[in-house]
Structures are given as C-alpha cells and as structure tokens.
Ligand binder design. Structure first.
Ligand code: NAD
Length: 251
C-alpha cells in the first residue's frame, strides 16, 4: 500500500534534513519527485540521491515565502510531470532559542513567514491543481512545539501551532473533495536546523531527556511517516496532527 509508482511528489525544503529524507523516501516508493528549496547546491545533492532510485526528478530554486515563486514551482511541476499528487511542505525556520523579551520583531516575522505564510501559499497553489486533477494528499510540517508550549521558543511554537490550525481547518474543508491533508509533528531530529541546540554535549543531553525513547530522531523516521500519510495505506487519515516524537508529547 506504500506503492506510489507513477505519482508525483512535491517537496519544499528538500535541500536538507527532513525534506531531503522525504524526497528519497518518496523515490523509494516509486514516485517522481519535484523538489523546491532556496539552496541550489543542496537541492542538486538531493537530486543525485533521488535519481539512484530510477525515478524522474525536477528541481526549482525558490523562496517559499514568495507566493509568486511558489505558484511558479507548482506550475513547473505540472509542466514537467503532468500532475501533482503528494505534497510535503517541509521548509522551515528555527530561530535561536531565547526569551520572548529578546526576540526582535524581524526574527518574529521571519519565523511566521517561513513556517506559517509559506505553508499557506503552498497549500493554496497545491490544492488548486489537485482539485483540477481529481485529488491528492498534503502533509505539512509542524513540530512538538506546535502541540505543546516551548518556553524558549515562543515565536517558533506559535508559528507551528498556526500550521496545525491551518492544516486541520483546510483538511476539513477539502476532505470530501479528494484532497487528504495532515500535519506531521516531529520531535527533535538530527538535522542542521537544530545544530545550535544539539551541537553541545549539554544541549544534546537536555533535549534527549525530553524524549522517552531515550534518543533523538533521524530524518528518515519522519520521512517514513510522511510517505505513509501520503499513501493509500493512510486513506482514512484526515486532519491528524501526527506526532512522530519518541513519546515527547504523550500525556
Ligand atoms: P533543515 O535546516 O535541515 O532543512 C530546512 C530546509 O528548508 C533547508 O534546505 C532550507 O534551505 C529550506 N528553507 C528554509 N527557508 C526557506 C525558504 N524561505 N525558501 C525555500 N527553502 C527554505 O531543517 P529540518 O530539520 O529538515 O526541518 C524541516 C522542517 O521540520 C521544518 O519545518 C522544521 O521546523 C521542522 N521540524 C524540525 C525539527 C528538528 O528537530 N529538526 C523538529 C520539529 C520540526
């Protein structure tokens, strides 16, 4: 049921971390992959990894906070592959942890732009083409910080709560029209994004202790969940905030 042969997957943030792992996992499931990121070098590295699975690959260098660039990336997907079946919106921004009184307005707005507004732009463009083609799936990317409070990451947490709210509401609106939408909420995953926290022994052990499983996550563990959520195996899963977090948010 994880067979996505002949489908087209569209992934933002594919030059690194979770987005890169998802691009590879979609390719292993047989999907052709369109990848978007503003980092050209990283995108090309991911493209080489994806191609090894024998699927077709496209790349678009774009800033996800620019609505026009996103709509052009979606258009390029249709031009190259004729369809856009599964989207994973993974691009995100994590500012350094700090007290709310020290967060500049610039950083606060940037965080909302990349995490919330870009998700909104992506969904708008993706849903339009999916409806024209009989449906599709979207997985957005929130965080454990989108489910519970995060004292040193208030603005990031707010942006990720917004992604959960947006996803649930839009998912309900389109559930009966063939577009199945969910949001994945990762625990702390070993990627460059969180190097500033897990890069020191102390930071790593504090953060590891928040995960009952006793370790941090790997990008592939999120990618597996995203591909499952995007596949026919998850055909009855709608509007879920899907925690993949080693037990972080369990009551
Ligand atoms: P990462 O830094 O490894 O990858 C993020 C990618 O997004 C990068 O390739 C970056 O170039 C791209 N990106 C950022 N801003 C962009 C923009 N404006 N336009 C285009 N591309 C842009 O980080 P990651 O850990 O893979 O994070 C992926 C997602 O997972 C993010 O939404 C993040 O908030 C979320 N997340 C990560 C963790 C974690 O612990 N790593 C935990 C929970 C949620």
């Amino acid at each position: 049921a994880l067979d996505l042969e002949g489908k087209t997957a569209f992934i933002t943030g594919a030059a690194s971390g979770i987005g890169r792992a998802t691009a590879c996992a979609f390719a292993r499931a047989g999907a052709n992959v369109m990848m978007v990121d503003r980092e050209k070098g990283g995108l090309e590295e991911t493209a080489d990894m994806v191609r090894k699975n024998g699927v077709a690959v496209g790349t678009v260098v774009a800033d996800v906070t620019d609505r026009v660039q996103i709509s052009e990336a979606v258009k390029a997907t249709i031009e190259q592959f004729g369809t856009l079946d599964c989207a994973h919106n993974s691009a995100g921004f994590y500012p350094a942890p700090m007290d709310i009184v020290d967060v500049s307005e610039d950083i606060a707005r940037r965080t909302l732009e990349v995490n919330y507004w870009a998700t909104y732009y992506c969904m708008q463009a993706q849903i339009k083409v999916m409806l024209e083609r009989g449906g599709g799936t979207i997985v957005n990317t929130s965080s454990v910080a989108g489910l519970v409070g995060a004292p040193n990451d208030a603005v990031y947490s707010a942006s990720k709560h917004a992604v959960v709210g947006l996803t649930k509401s839009v998912a309900l609106a389109y559930a009966a029209r063939g577009v199945r939408i969910n949001v994945v909420c990762p625990g702390v995953i070993e990627t460059p994004m969180v190097e500033k926290i897990i890069g020191t022994d102390e930071g790593r052990s504090v953060v590891t202790a928040m995960h009952p499983i006793g370790r941090l996550g790997a990008p592939e563990e999120i990618a597996n969940a995203v591909v499952w959520l995007s596949s026919p195996a998850a055909s009855f899963v709608v509007a879920t905030s899907f925690a993949v977090d080693g037990g972080f948010t369990a009551d």
